[in-house]
Design a protein around this ligand. Structure first.
Ligand code: CUA
Length: 314
């Protein structure tokens, strides 16, 4: 993996400053306290002080070790708060891209309706604030871009509450890793994507090309486009290779053993079984697989297009 953790966004300096401030203070006290402790152990040992007496209380010392840490903590709070406010206040002119997350995929939706999958990633223009409302369709995930110092929980929308959000402004061109930073089940570690940062003209060109490409793909094979945009391909391959769920290749017409409430039975994969597997995935699980798939709400047209496509994957 090509990992680039250099500061690449407008918050990087604030986050790194707070981090190094705390780190340096910690190093200073670690070294200072350890040295003083070693010195005291030797100097005030019983051998060197056969007639040692107890000391109790020292008001001066109490005041010193209360006031100094208080001042340090206030410093840390001040710099931490500065960075925090910057991260929570989205600039007015920010461009909005909706982030949806699920087990175990990301989806990025642009204002014009363009959708990008986990594999495609999040493409953004440089030096432009990007506002990201975050929404999970199932459990808690976390949108994490280390290079931008951005990490925010992605939670299912609570009734009546606003969506969680984050924002960033990339200041360098390139590809940067997106991780899921909240343990969300079996494939948590594979919930990886990329931010692609382009110059503004390149971004506009990319957007035009991507819209044209998607339009052509939808016209040609709507089922394949849905498999990607709905995240199916994260767990189901089309080439026979084994992932979390059965491969789509040669699936239609195949005889499978399914487990229904703990009882095995043989079925032939037909349209009805495919439909059921999408709408109620945990009802009849193919033997050897775990009931991990969430029900996928689809329109009748979408369902039809997906099933047509699976039928063609011989
Ligand atoms: Cu999603 Cu971890």
């Amino acid at each position: 993996m090509n990992v680039d953790y250099y500061p690449n966004s407008v918050f990087s300096q604030d986050v790194d400053f707070s981090f190094y401030l705390i780190f340096m203070i910690s190093i200073f006290f670690l070294v200072g306290i350890t040295a003083f402790m070693v010195f005291s152990v030797i100097k005030y040992s019983r051998k060197n002080n056969p007639k040692a007496s107890n000391i109790e209380g020292h008001t001066g010392l109490e005041i010193v070790w209360t006031i100094i840490p208080t001042i340090l903590v206030m410093f840390i709070f001040y710099f931490g708060m500065q960075g925090f406010l910057k991260m929570r206040n989205v600039p007015e002119d920010a461009m909005e891209i909706q982030v949806d997350a699920g087990m175990w995929w990301w989806k990025f939706t642009y204002p014009n309706g363009l959708e990008q999958s986990t594999a495609q990633g999040l493409t953004v223009p440089a030096d432009t604030p990007i506002y990201l409302p975050l929404h999970s369709v199932d459990v808690i995930h976390s949108f994490y871009v280390p290079a931008f110092r951005v990490k925010m929980d992605v939670v299912p929308k609570p009734e009546g509450a606003p969506l969680n959000y984050t924002w960033f402004e990339a200041s360098q061109l390139g590809d940067f890793d997106i991780f899921c930073a909240e343990y969300c089940g079996l494939n948590h570690a594979q919930m990886l994507s990329k931010v692609h940062v382009l110059t503004k003209p390149d971004y506009l060109k990319w957007m035009d090309e991507e819209l044209a490409k998607q339009k052509a793909q939808v016209a040609e094979n709507p089922g394949l486009v849905l498999l990607t945009s709905k995240g199916c391909v994260a767990c189901h391959s089309s080439d026979g290779s084994n992932r979390i769920g059965p491969s789509f290749k040669g699936l239609f017409g195949k005889t499978e053993i399914v487990v229904t409430n703990g009882v095995d039975s043989e079925i032939v994969v037909d349209e009805a079984y495919l439909k059921e597997s999408i709408l109620e995935p945990s009802k009849n699980i193919v033997k050897g697989y775990q009931p991990l798939m969430p029900p996928l709400p689809l329109t009748a047209d979408e369902l039809g297009a997906i099933i047509e496509h699976i039928k063609e994957l011989k």
